[in-house]
Design a protein around this ligand. Structure first.
Ligand SMILES: [Zn+2]
Length: 227
């Protein structure tokens, strides 16, 4: 049947051929704004929440809205942080606990539109460091957060094993750390977030996947279309 269709496509010309090739591949289900709005009518838990508005005191340092990131390019037009509703709620609980200890969460990246993942792959082209556009990233689902902690007294980011988005081995969540203060900071971050359902990424001390995210789709909606 496929052969017949392809043969017909060749006879009829290019537009029909492209239709055939699209339907014969398994495509990643990427929701645009309309499809997303439909999905949250059915499942309100899927709503993307503005973390700055939802979580008191939370700080943003959205690196992809600046050239200060591994691509050296501005990827986002706006410095915003969104996550799905259950993720935002759990992060809010973690923030309460951190603030009692004298810290605040500082977010480097949260929900990431799928177009940005495609761009990262065009620039780096290596799935050891960036997500494949074939699968998308948990960030694209609004289910992953990149973050660190700020000391509320000094207003400074507390020392961690590496800078954000470092490709070095020291960035691994269980990499040996000789400085006791840095080890204490990393342990605090990982252990408190784990209590609220966030699992640290093996190769990135700053990246946390939320556990309650099954069935959430990859989204491709720029921040400016979310307000
Ligand atoms: Zn991440």
């Amino acid at each position: 049947m496929k052969l017949v269709l392809v043969t017909i496509a060749f006879c009829l010309g290019f537009p029909f051929l492209s239709l055939v090739s699209q339907s014969s591949e398994t495509k990643l289900n990427v929701l645009d704004r309309k499809a997303y709005e439909f999905s949250i009518q059915k499942t309100p838990n899927k709503e993307l929440i503005n973390l700055e508005k939802k979580i008191p005191g939370i700080l943003l340092d959205i690196k992809y809205a600046t050239p200060d990131n591994f691509t050296k390019q501005i990827i986002y037009k706006e410095a915003k942080a969104y996550a799905r509703k259950p993720v935002a709620e759990a992060l809010g609980e973690a923030q309460k606990e951190f603030s009692k200890l004298g810290y605040s969460i500082k977010i480097f990246d949260a929900y990431r539109p799928y177009a940005a993942t495609v761009k990262f792959f065009e620039i780096i082209g290596d799935t050891r460091y960036v997500a494949s556009p074939k699968t998308g990233s948990r960030h694209n689902k609004g289910c992953a957060i990149d973050l660190s902690l700020v000391d509320l007294k000094t207003k400074q980011t507390i020392p961690m094993p590496t800078e954000y988005d470092s490709f070095r081995k020291e960035a691994w969540a269980e990499a040996p750390v000789s400085d006791p203060e840095i080890l204490k900071n990393r342990t605090l971050l990982i252990s408190i977030l784990a209590k609220y359902g966030f699992r640290v990424n093996k190769t990135e001390w700053w990246h946390y996947d939320f556990s309650g995210c099954s069935g959430f789709e990859v989204l491709d909606i720029p921040f400016e279309d979310l307000e």
